[in-house]
Design a binder for this molecule. Structure first.
Ligand code: ARG
Ligand code: ZN
Length: 865
């Protein structure tokens, strides 16, 4: 982008307590775009009105913009009538209302940050959340300034035959010189972060949806012509989402058209711009040849997420960016429940908790920990985090659990009705839950204020004399940056006591832990029961119990809550692995027996079995240790995996042979069968059987779908067989021209448990198909690698250096994506001194780079504290 020399201001900290209502409102805006990849001309006409009684000037945000013309009420301003300071345009205005026009030029093709208006694969598109609109035109770029938009687009008709913007299309026509134009109107006032436009040569998968009240909506998914056959799943997901939001929340779509555009270069997953969602193509395109079942589920979940934002985000938006979780936490909760309804509730919950633990628990225990409603930021883009999204969703889930479905729905109805058309706060949401759901959430509000994952110790004791049982619960929230002391949280724990004789419990109770230390008593237990706690993962906490391995084995075979059953199995494995790493005697036979019992249980869903019998990840095992020892963790986990493979080899062979699908289907049953089959292949390959690589290569070659093909490739990539190289070559040659699928080739190698992964990643960084310009490619290689604990934490420190080199190079192009790679280096406190010193040295090297972005500066400097 023609970034005009504006001096980098000293890092400015924005604080929640400093919030003030806007001085000027902008009820209407007309935008006129003369589009061109090299130079786009933007004329903006803002009707501005003074907000309240004050004499402050109009201030409009700008980033890299130079005003070429400014008019107020039709009169051109002279340069002494305005000033530009740190990108911001200041215009003193005398009256209560004025018409302000500005004219700027921007260069989409030079915009490597992918924020604002940019070029991607011949298209022109926008990304404005959080603060990209100020890179397009001068405007009060804050979410509490809501405007009605009228947008005119003009462009070369051959290069850009399709012209899209928010809202409904109103008019279009041809212009001289092979150009054409289109006008779009969005009747719903919206903040500028929801503005969008797209121009390009796009084909459309067109469909329609009739709302509950009988209105017809035209649906369009716009992609490159060649990608049209890969849009069917996204379209089905969209229609399912529209029906689901009507049925579950009573919310209808509100415009005559709903468009989605897929673009190849995108910093995040997707964006909920009003009536014109723009997606990273990886969350739209799917076919059996190139997409795994996980990819299919990702498409469904993200299409739903962005669609649901139309109410939770667009109709009711955020007052300021500290309230980001108001829309993101709630919308994640909504998309999680939608996906559960489309497939399996049990498996979806397990997957979501796995993600929460892998991403959010790590964040919450490190230097970047922050509350769900943060108090301050340097760069808001750094706060699109697992805490805001996933922990935020858990907060909504806890409220929904405490209220029950009817009262929760009363609360959301009140929230939507009361705040429709407004910019609201997290507090507004909680108050709607309190009033609509008739509950007191005073203490619960601490979940928004206090960072850190609460720890709960649960000690069950039994007195045979009185036949009484006491459950003693103790909670503590660890200190986090800026929050040394914590108050007790309100923690809802779904609990059941199992009778070991009958294998049954006497009912599931919701216990509210509100004190630091609290006891619950239960009568009438002649024999000691077995504790099932935090069932369904009712609260996002770490629970420690005094349950024996025998208790866990019992629950892993009998608990009727699928999450608790999975959890018991995982804890059984964790105890054995952590014990083994610590040199303690452990009973691995119990793990083998539990896995066997689960794997052959005919009543269980194969998808559940596959989740339950997989060993906990290396990173999760690291979280259980005072000092993470990546080599010892890898060795112990690998040894246990080989033992499970070898001892149950016939079982793995049997499952692998038996679950072979005949023809590809996307049903939950077919997906579950593939998941279990791939797990069996993993164990079979680990068993040491002479034909392990042959079987994997056979699956790789014969698969009629990417789920099995990629799993086979990943299994081979962990080893050193000749088949490994052969499969990687075949895969590369087959998909070299398909960027999304080639990403898998990079990612599989970066994730591999291979002794030379760190060197392979270095080589792949120099591969001719590697580019820093495409965020998906960067994440496939360096993002995946930084999540491979054993490889990234190679004791040489080479892994740290590779990632730091990437951050430094990428920061010059795309600071937001560069900043996302910093957190893995910031976890140095969790490692031994030698590794910690190497990690800190890389953070210091990054911080020493002149002209470093504030995105990376914030993450790296906080990571050193
Ligand atoms: N609101 C988008 C979503 O649905 C994400 C936007 C990300 N923007 C950013 N600056 N990180 O989740
Ligand atoms: Zn979102």
């Amino acid at each position: 982008m023609a970034d005009h020399p504006s001096f980098p201001a000293a890092p400015h900290i924005v604080r929640r307590e400093d919030y003030r209502a806007p001085d000027w409102l902008v009820p209407d805006i007309a935008l006129d775009f003369d589009l061109d990849a090299a130079i786009t001309r933007v004329h903006a006409t803002l009707s501005v009105t003074r907000n309240g009684d004050h004499d402050r000037p109009l201030k409009l945000d700008g980033d890299g913009l130079l005003p070429l013309e400014i008019h107020v009420d039709g009169q051109p301003l002279t340069p002494d009538q305005w000033s530009l300071d740190g990108g911001r345009l200041t215009i003193p205005l005398p009256g209560p209302a004025h018409l302000v026009k500005s004219f700027v030029e921007i260069s989409p093709q030079s915009n490597s940050k992918l924020m604002g208006l940019y070029a991607s694969g011949g298209l022109l598109c926008t990304q404005c959340e959080a603060e990209g609109f100020r890179r397009i035109t001068f405007f009060p770029d804050r979410p509490d300034v809501l405007s009605r938009y009228s947008v005119r687009l003009a462009a070369d008709k051959a290069l850009y035959p399709v012209l899209l913007a928010n809202g409904d299309p109103v008019e279009q026509g041809d212009l001289p010189d092979g150009r054409h134009w289109a006008r779009w109107n969005d009747p719903y006032p919206k903040p500028c972060y929801l503005f969008a436009l797209v121009a390009g040569d796009l084909a459309c998968n067109a469909d329609r949806f009739v709302t509950a009240s009988g209105r017809e909506v035209q649906l369009g998914i716009w992609v490159k012509e060649a990608d049209l056959p890969r849009t069917a799943h996204a379209m089905q997901a969209l229609k399912n989402s529209m029906a689901w939001d009507e049925r579950v929340y009573g919310r209808e779509y509100d415009l005559d058209v709903f468009n989605i555009v897929a673009v190849a270069d995108f910093n995040f997953g997707a964006m909920e711009n009003k009536g014109l969602n723009i997606f990273n193509s990886r969350y739209i395109l799917a076919d059996p040849e190139t997409a795994t079942d996980i990819d299919y589920d990702g498409v469904e979940g993200v299409v739903a997420h962005e669609y649901f934002h139309n109410w939770s985000g667009n109709r009711v938006t955020c007052r300021d960016w500290f309230q980001l979780s108001l829309k993101e936490g709630f919308t994640v909760f909504r998309d999680q429940n939608f996906s559960a309804d489309m497939g399996s509730h049990a498996v979806k919950r397990i997957e979501d908790v796995r993600i929460l633990r892998a991403a959010q628990f790590q964040e919450d225990s490190g230097p970047l920990a922050h509350p769900v409603r943060p108090e301050s930021y340097m760069e808001i883009s750094n706060f699109y985090t697992a805490t805001i999204y996933n922990k935020g969703a858990e907060l909504i889930r806890m409220m929904a659990l405490m209220l029950g479905p009817e009262r929760f729905r009363a609360g959301t109805d009140l929230y939507f009705d009361r705040h429709d058309g407004e910019a609201a706060t997290c507090e507004d949401f909680v108050r709607a839950m309190e009033e609509g759901g008739e509950i007191d959430l005073s203490q619960f509000r601490r979940w928004y204020e206090q960072a850190g994952t609460p720890h709960v110790r649960a000690l069950l004791s039994h007195d045979p004399a009185t036949q009484g049982v006491t459950l003693l619960l103790e909670q503590s929230v660890p200190p986090t940056p800026g929050q040394p002391e914590k108050k007790p949280m309100a923690i809802p724990l779904r609990t059941a006591l199992f009778d070991p004789e009958s294998g049954q419990h006497r009912g599931d109770e919701l216990l509210m832990l509100t004190e630091a230390r609290q006891s619950f008593t239960f009568a009438g237990w002649p024999a000691a029961p077995i504790l099932s706690i935090n069932r369904g993962f009712s609260a996002p906490v770490i629970v420690e119990t005094n349950r024996s391995q025998a208790d866990l084995a019992f629950l892993s075979a009998h608990d009727d809550d699928p999450f608790a059953r999975y959890e018991a199995m995982q804890q059984l494995m964790v105890n054995v692995l952590v014990g083994r790493i610590g040199g303690q005697p452990v009973d691995e036979d119990a793990v083998v027996a539990a896995i066997r019992g689960t794997a052959i249980d005919p009543l269980l869903d194969p998808a559940f079995i596959a989740e339950a019998i997989r060993l906990p990840s290396e990173a999760y095992l690291g979280d259980q240790m005072a000092v993470v020892d990546p080599d010892a963790i890898h060795a112990a986990r690998d040894a246990l995996q080989r033992r499970i493979g070898a001892e149950l080899e016939p079982l793995w062979r049997d499952i692998h042979g038996k679950t072979k699908a005949n023809a590809f289907a996307l049903s939950p049953a077919a997906k579950g069968a593939r998941k279990l089959r791939n797990t069996a292949l993993l164990y079979l390959a680990a068993s040491g059987a002479a034909d392990g690589a042959t079987v994997a290569f056979g699956q790789f070659s014969e698969a009629d779908n990417m789920t099995e093909r990629q799993a086979a490739l990943a299994t081979l990539a962990n080893g050193t067989s000749a088949e490994r190289e052969a499969a990687l070559d075949i895969f590369y040659n087959r998909y070299r021209d398909d960027a999304l699928t080639l990403d898998k080739w990079f990612q599989t190698q970066a994730f591999a448990f291979h002794p030379h992964t760190v060197d392979l990643v270095e080589e792949l960084g120099r591969h001719k198909d590697f580019t820093l310009a495409n965020p998906n490619r960067v994440r496939s290689l360096y993002g995946a690698f930084a999540g491979n604990q054993w490889a990234f934490h190679h004791k040489s420190g080479k892994g740290y250096r590779l990632v730091a080199d990437c951050i430094i190079a990428l920061d010059k192009l795309n600071p937001q994506t560069a900043a996302r790679l910093v957190p893995p280096l910031g976890r140095w406190k969790r490692f031994d001194e030698a590794r910690a010193a190497l990690m800190r040295a890389e953070l210091q090297r990054i911080l020493a780079v002149p002209g470093l972005s504030k995105d990376v500066t914030e993450q790296a400097s906080k990571s050193l504290e």
